[in-house]
Design a protein around this ligand. Sequence first.
Ligand code: SF4
Ligand code: SF4
Length: 464
Amino acid sequence: MPDDKKGSAELELIDIYEKPDKIYTRSFTGFYRNLRIMGGGLLFLMFFGTAWINLGGQQAMLFDLPERKFHIFGAIFWPQDFILLSWMLIISAFALFAVTVFAGRVWCGYTCPQSVFTWVFMWAEKVTEGDRNKRMKGDKGSLSANLFMRKLAKHSIWLGVSLATAITFVGYFTPIRELIPAIFSWDVGSWGLFWIGFFTLATYGNAGFLREMVCLHMCPYARFQSVMFDNNTLVVAYDYNRGENRGSRKKSADPKEEGLGDCIDCSVCVQVCPTGIDIRNGLQYSCITCAACIDACDTIMDKMGYEKGLIRYTTENELEGTKTRFLRPRMVGYAAALIIMLGMFFYTLNSRTSFELDILRDRNQLFRTNASGEIENVYTIKLVNKEEKPHQMTISVNGIAGLKANSPMTFTVNAGEVASHIVRLALPAGIDTKGSKEIEFSISSEDESLPITSVSSRFITPIE
Ligand code: SF4
Ligand code: SF4
């Protein structure tokens, strides 16, 4: 927007506690709408479909909290693998930063669950209550039997989608093939019912009623994404120089002769906007970059016989006639950080073992002399069996000649068990070793299917 125009903008006083007007979005068609339907459809398919995939008789994606193990496409992850989850969260955050620097809030417009579900709910609204004008008229008038039935149908679809979403979501934590029959036989349990009810209401409330309020006031990403924007970031913008002066005209009229730009001031771009803003007022934080206004305006431009793109994906630099630089230090920095973290994630994933050994010395008593006069040290052996079958394990100790075990050194660790085993090591009287000496515990499986794992510790004797 030219500076002289910016200066002349009028100040508007707004009451921040004022109840916002209900937004009635107008339906539209276009390239970006199709793109969004394809993206949203794919996400829906992934969300609702993945829960039903079984691999080797096991739900492919199951976060089994009571058993404390996460099944992810054949691999089992335990609380001990928490570091991988941290990596994934950090990687997701950096991927989001990199995408935002490059293309603004595309995540919000195309893939955010809040947006995807809102679009689905808006579709249900349209097929039951009609398009924008009909809905506005219906809400202004009295509630006829016909309108009541239409609203009932709309809320039924909303609740149906919400319930299916909630059951599927809970089905990622409780095996879905057991959950569905349990629901029908009313045998879900109070917690299961609570979470299904909670997520049904959350989906129904967020996508049906709160809608853009979530994006504008509740989503933290909306607040900090503006710091990632610069003049080279792709945004949805109105070409002010081309569009102004705006004004209605006959299709056959020459806008130049009438002193007009390409904007016919039809307000269709405002009517389709899910957050109810007028993109012609410049870049606004409320814009979720859904491109609905681009599709709408392109349709108008087509009808008028003007070139498309009055509202388009562009950068502030391009609008001001300067070159857009997609490759810039910030972008390179985020991309480099992302690549490094992906490398570290896959390295950690690759070096993950199916068996873990940890040795804890008894901290209460460094050593004791038993009835036979031997110096004894006590250790807790912690073993994590991340496999789906039990293992018979044997512990051996090296490092001090004559050191012997006063406790069983062979025991079983069940599938998925985090086992603790107490080991007593003793040094017979007469063997001369004073102070602290390093020893090495090695653990091997009887069937030799696991690699031998070794961990160092110390054996302590009296100094005098
Ligand atoms: S849809 Fe296009 S022509 Fe119509 S008001 Fe918006 S910018 Fe102007
Ligand atoms: S201004 Fe356009 S891109 Fe932004 S939220 Fe509204 S319709 Fe979507």
